[in-house]
Design a protein around this ligand. Structure first.
Ligand code: PLP
Length: 387
């Protein structure tokens, strides 16, 4: 009967587990469930990256510990990639940290920068892992509602002064999970001014930075003038190259924040396996056709799914990026009730918006993570099902 530490009790419950249980129950009952509830990329890692891993794993050097703070060759590759993709200058030695997926950095950041009682500004709805770091740091979470009438951007004027006085970090995430909104450069310029004024570190989560639609490339926070003075960006290979299982992520930007992240990583890990770091270099340095093809695939899926729902009269905004769609719930339903109803009557699983925060109530999140054919089938079932 060994008891867990109090700090673990503060961790949020993983609402995805109850969703997965419901899906499994429905499958066990013999239903052909179309699961659009989770965020797992469905396409394979491009073969040239897998091939590079095969080669690298045979190099005898992999029996040694890799450098504690990650391989400088990989840091150079990510800095060069950011320069080519976004025209952002980064010093590989001091402005890049290598992470076990973006997630570790996002969770570590509040632990790195906050003392108990400090506040962290978090988008609502938002990716629930931000909450975990805030809980582990024993910091206070202050929600910033993302509303449709504000294009799902936070309204800084609504944050109470007493919370601003305590705020150390602000998380932002565009293209956004779950709303699929994107942010213009002017938003980041305003954010930098606001962050300077209130002495807040900006943490831009750019996990979906490679997935933009209609010819519009998502904007990196680091493209805005002065970004590195006030913050960092988190990037990940999980979505860009369908490498979620490889766990490769980066923190990029402000030197002091990068040093803090490297310090904590030093104590927890000895960097990613060398063969994975080397295959990640291949991913970044090789021609990027696979990335452009992937974004085009998600755009076609969006057109099938969102186009189909809109043609049937559903009030859904066309996503501008990410692989999610944020669908308003019909009146009379909570987001859980609507998602349960769709599972029961249409055998389509979607994620209840409230799982991403209180302001997510009234919506469900749909992941465009299956073929166009299956998405068309999902639309047909959703449109036909009588609620
Ligand atoms: N940020 C957002 C918004 C995400 O949706 C995810 C994954 O789903 C991540 C970060 C973490 O990605 P990873 O830890 O695989 O790099």
């Amino acid at each position: 009967n060994i008891k867990q530490a109090d700090r673990l009790k503060a961790l949020p419950t993983q609402f995805f587990s109850s969703m997965v249980a419901k899906v499994n129950q429905s499958i066990a009952a013999g239903h052909d469930v179309i699961n659009l509830g989770q965020g797992n990329p469905d396409l394979p890692t491009p073969p040239h990256i897998v091939e590079s891993l095969r080669t690298e794993v045979l190099d005898p050097v992999t029996h040694k510990y890799p450098p504690f703070a990650g391989m400088i060759e990989l840091k150079i590759a990510i800095a060069d990639w950011y320069k080519r993709e976004f025209n952002v200058d980064l010093d590989p030695a001091t402005e890049v940290a290598i992470l076990f997926g973006g997630k570790t950095g996002l969770v570590e950041l509040p632990v790195c920068l906050c003392n108990p009682g400090d506040a962290v500004l978090v988008p609502d709805p938002g990716y629930p892992d931000y909450w975990s770091g805030v809980a582990l740091a024993q910091a206070e979470m202050v929600m910033m509602p993302l509303l449709r009438e504000n294009a799902f951007l936070p309204d800084y004027s609504q944050i109470p002064q007493d919370k601003l006085d305590k705020a150390k970090i602000m998380f932002l995430n565009y293209p956004n999970n779950p709303t699929s909104a994107t942010a213009p450069l002017s938003f980041y310029e305003d954010t930098i001014e606001f962050a300077r004024k209130h002495n807040i570190v900006v943490a831009s989560d750019f996990a979906y930075g490679a997935i933009g639609f209609d010819g519009e490339k998502p904007v990196s926070f680091l493209q805005a003038e002065g970004a590195k003075e006030v913050g960092v960006e988190f990037y990940t290979l999980s979505k860009t190259y369908n490498m979620a299982g490889w766990r490769v992520g980066f923190a990029l930007g402000n030197k002091d924040v990068i040093a803090a992240i490297n310090l904590i990583q030093d104590h927890y890990y000895v960097s990613l396996p060398a063969f994975i770091q080397r295959a990640a270099i291949t991913a970044l340095n090789a021609p990027q056709d696979c990335v452009h093809d992937l974004a085009a695939t998600y755009q076609r899926r969006r057109d099938v799914f969102v186009g189909g729902l809109r043609d049937a009269g559903w009030d859904v905004l066309m996503p501008k990026g990410s692989f999610f769609t944020w669908v308003p719930v019909p009146s009379g339903f909570t987001s859980w009730q609507f998602s349960d109803t769709l599972l029961e009557k249409a055998h389509v699983m979607v994620a209840p918006g409230v799982g991403f925060g209180e302001s997510g109530e009234g919506y469900v999140r749909v992941g465009l993570l299956t073929s166009e054919q299956r998405l068309q089938e999902a639309v047909d079932r959703m449109v036909k099902c009588t609620l």
